[in-house]
Design a protein around this ligand. Structure first.
Ligand SMILES: Nc1nc2c(c(=O)[nH]1)N[C@H]1C(S)=C(S)[C@@H](COP(=O)(O)OP(=O)(O)OC[C@H]3O[C@@H](n4cnc5c(=O)[nH]c(N)nc54)[C@H](O)[C@@H]3O)O[C@H]1N2
Ligand SMILES: Nc1nc2c(c(=O)[nH]1)N[C@H]1C(S)=C(S)[C@@H](COP(=O)(O)OP(=O)(O)OC[C@H]3O[C@@H](n4cnc5c(=O)[nH]c(N)nc54)[C@H](O)[C@@H]3O)O[C@H]1N2
Ligand code: SF4
Ligand SMILES: [Mo]
Length: 696
């Protein structure tokens, strides 16, 4: 074998940077390089991308199926594992029916894997219980923008960052989380674009922004409604655009009429004059682009927040042109794709309603059999139903909910209740440790497929390596399991065949093929007869629902505010160097040395009052859990607010977080809960959560 260089896509975030894997003559991954001339990353990668070789290296990979025998795992053959699992599935289906079983798929895996997962749920198990991490990420985007615009995705493209006059970053921290785009925002500002950041924390971009509105957590709607009030009062709205392309103006105008910036000062904590200034700059910019993230979606008001932002963009006509738009920064490398594939309980591939008779018929026909017709459960719904004894079997791959879902103790208890938990993973995660069977999964470099990035660009990923041991691609083991259950529905010859079947059923992907996609360095959906080369800007002339809808929304307070027992508000954030549950980035010694294994950011005033010194061991308690970690004292968080990343299994912030949910999407309020923080005796090392659990 000779050495090779294989061009593919970074497996971490939704930017979707081009990456070249360097493989030596013995078939080992020796390093990575950025792809020069790539349409998004232009020859750059961030530290996570550069660390890919560590993230998937063989040392701690799962290489063969494991079966739980009391409190240990025993290696077993694929045949034994699949026979046992299919037997358990049959028992659950016979005794409790398809409502008692479900699938959680992975926004880190390929479109092909995700298409197979929802088809496995709907056509083999006959259940709509299928979901993935978008639930706790951008599900409010999917629901909110679907209502207002007819399509829940980034309206514009990454390149528009360089074509705009004004960038508004609200509830997102791109230099940490979409790092290559974060760098592009800096560059665009240097070339003359204005930058406004709306965030309770002083993010890196907030520090260089022309204006930083440091609002109180959870007050987005009050702020945006006040901006709308100013815009209408001053007649800065785009009356022609509204008349031609929007419905619902009168109702919206009436709703915000009395919500002056002064009237929301105490809710938002933002000076009225600043709100007026930002309203003017946004409305009067020739081209203004909104980029947003988890500071909008991860609230009980998540969907309403998205609708409010959409109202703002629409009334100013900042949509449908280069350098404008409302742009959710989708997080995971393939979370846009996992949603497009229909790994959501309420929609089939292409957002075709699961409760719609015509759609059900279409898929019945395509998949040659009766598909599920009952409404499905969300991921958190499955946990809740498990605790109630109504949900018994979960097939899960490429997620670590024990670390990443809110209220860790609740998730652990729910998963322990299951009669069958199957986890397909690269490594032994905290969730895998609870499984009955752990299946060895191939990583992105060990299989072929596609990822859809945040700007709707579907990009090809090529196989560079052999999977370790007997690890398999996710659609391949799902097929093996389907066969055991008597179904041939997942029996494709290769990944291209999976993609072709999906594309034929998904109107936005209809015109895509692997060869065309490789040649074009990715195709942005919709790509079909009307747009054979894809679409860089959505809604240029019309919306999929005809006219866009302006929908008035009301400010809703966060679910759990501070009180005497829990006097500090906790929000959760991400760190540049670590990703999600940390199972991949924490394999890199270079990334690992950048941060301690857990930390809490606290303002100097609060630290002084609590007698907490720099890097001191501390305890953090909420109504749901307790962790120990170390304090990082910084004015980047305002007094009264503390912030923690969620990447560290030793000190998981999700011990503390609240499961209160957005009523529309069931998004939990991951960005705000009440806690109390106190110093531990000096010299005492923080205990990790596993040690704390073992203590009486
Ligand atoms: N390094 C790294 N990069 C990642 C990830 C990772 O784990 N690590 N994860 C990926 C994933 S899955 C996702 S979804 C994206 C997420 O990327 P982001 O959306 O940037 O995620 P967060 O940092 O969680 O939250 C964004 C910001 O919201 C702010 N915020 C909190 N409350 C409010 C509020 O009430 N209003 C406003 N306006 N802002 C508020 C926070 O202070 C924070 O700066 O990142 C992706 N990229
Ligand atoms: N407190 C708090 N909690 C949060 C958030 C927050 O802001 N605050 N953010 C939430 C958000 S936005 C998200 S998206 C979730 C993310 O939550 P998760 O999806 O649980 O997080 P990841 O770390 O991305 O987990 C992915 C797992 O997939 C595995 N994997 C990677 N590639 C493959 C593959 O091809 N096949 C298989 N089978 N496995 C693979 C990796 O080894 C890793 O363990 O976390 C959420 N949790
Ligand atoms: S910005 Fe995202 S896609 Fe690009 S290298 Fe970093 S983690 Fe990978
Ligand atoms: Mo996410």
């Amino acid at each position: 074998m000779s050495s090779s260089r294989v061009q593919t896509i970074c497996p971490f975030c939704g930017v979707g940077c081009g990456i070249t894997l360097k493989v030596d003559e013995r078939g080992r991954l020796t390093g990575v390089e950025p792809v020069p001339g790539h349409p998004i990353s232009h020859g750059k990668l961030c530290e996570k991308g550069w660390s890919t070789a560590y993230a998937i290296r063989p040392d701690n990979r799962i290489t063969q199926p494991l079966k739980r025998c009391r409190d240990r795992f025993e290696p077993v053959s694929w045949d034994e594992a699949l026979d046992d699992i299919s037997q358990s599935i049959r028992e659950i289906l016979d005794e409790s029916g398809p409502a008692a079983i479900g699938v959680i798929s992975s926004a880190r895996a390929t479109n092909e894997d995700n298409y197979a997962a929802q088809k496995f749920a709907r056509a083999v198990l006959k259940t709509n219980n299928v979901d993935h991490c978008a639930r706790i990420c951008h599900s409010p985007t999917v629901a909110g923008l679907k209502q207002t615009l007819g399509s829940g995705a980034m309206t514009n493209s990454a390149k528009d960052i360089f074509a705009t006059d004004l960038i508004v970053v609200i509830g997102a921290d791109p230099t940490e989380n979409h790092s290559v785009l974060g760098g592009q925002i800096f560059a665009a500002q240097q070339h003359g674009a204005k930058l406004i950041v709306i965030d309770p924390r002083q993010t890196r971009l907030a520090k260089v922004a022309d204006i930083h509105l440091q609002l109180k957590p959870g007050s987005n709607i009050a702020l945006i409604n006040a901006m709308l009030q100013v815009i209408f009062e001053e007649n800065w709205h785009n009356a022609d655009f509204i008349a031609e392309r929007c419905d619902g103006f009168d109702e919206l105008a009436r709703q915000v009429e009395t919500i002056t910036p002064e009237s929301v000062e105490s809710i938002t904590g933002v000076d009225a004059a600043q709100i007026r200034a930002v309203a003017k700059i946004y409305a009067q910019a020739e081209k203004a682009m909104i980029l947003y993230g988890m500071g909008i979606t991860q609230f009980v008001s998540g969907t309403q927040n998205v609708i409010a932002l959409s109202d703002l963009a629409l009334v100013c006509g900042q949509i449908g042109r280069p350098g404008t738009g409302i742009n959710p920064l989708r997080g995971q490398n393939n979370v846009q794709g996992a949603c497009d594939m229909g790994c959501l309980p309420n929609v089939y591939p292409g957002y075709q309603g699961a409760d719609n008779d015509a759609v059900q018929q279409k898929f019945n026909q395509a998949w040659q059999g009766e598909v599920a017709n009952q409404p499905g459960l969300t991921s958190l719904g499955m946990s809740k139903a498990a605790l109630a004894g109504e949900f018994r079997g979960l097939i899960l791959f490429g997620e670590d909910p024990v670390v990443t879902d809110p209220d860790q103790n609740h998730v652990r208890d729910a998963y322990k209740q299951l009669d069958l938990l199957v986890v397909a993973e690269l490594t032994m995660t905290e969730t895998a440790k609870l499984a009955d069977y752990v299946l060895p999964a191939a990583s992105f470099a060990e299989k072929e497929g596609t990822f859809t990035n945040c700007e709707r660009r579907v990009q090809h990923i090529a196989q560079a390596l052999q999977p370790p041991g007997s690890a398999m691609g996710d659609w391949q083991w799902l097929n093996a399991l389907a066969q055991r259950l008597g179904s041939d529905q997942l029996n494709w010859p290769n990944s291209q065949a999976v993609f072709d079947e999906m594309a034929a059923l998904n109107p936005a992907y209809l015109g895509m093929r692997y060869d065309k996609m490789i040649q074009a360095q990715g195709l942005q959906w919709p790509c079909n007869d009307d747009a054979p080369n894809g679409t860089d800007i959505l809604h240029r002339d019309s919306f999929p629902i005809g006219k866009a809808r302006l929908i008035p929304v009301h400010y809703t307070a966060i679910d759990e505010s501070v009180d005497a027992d829990y006097p500090l508000l906790l929000t959760t954030n991400r760190l540049h160097f670590h990703y999600g549950c940390g199972s991949m980035t924490r394999k890199s010694p270079l990334l690992e040395r950048e941060t301690p294994p857990g930390l809490l950011f606290i303002h100097p005033d609060d630290a002084r009052q609590l007698k907490i010194t720099r890097y001191a061991p501390i305890g953090v308690r909420s109504r749901r859990g307790y962790i120990e970690t170390r304090a990082m004292i910084t004015p980047d968080v305002p007094p009264g607010l503390v912030s923690m990343p969620y990447h560290f299994k030793e000190a998981p912030s999700n011990q503390l977080t609240n499961t209160a949910q957005d009523p529309i999407t069931k998004m939990p309020e991951l960005k705000a809960c009440a806690v109390t923080v106190f110093p531990l005796p000096a010299g005492q090392a923080p205990k990790d959560v596993a040690q704390l659990r073992e203590e009486p």
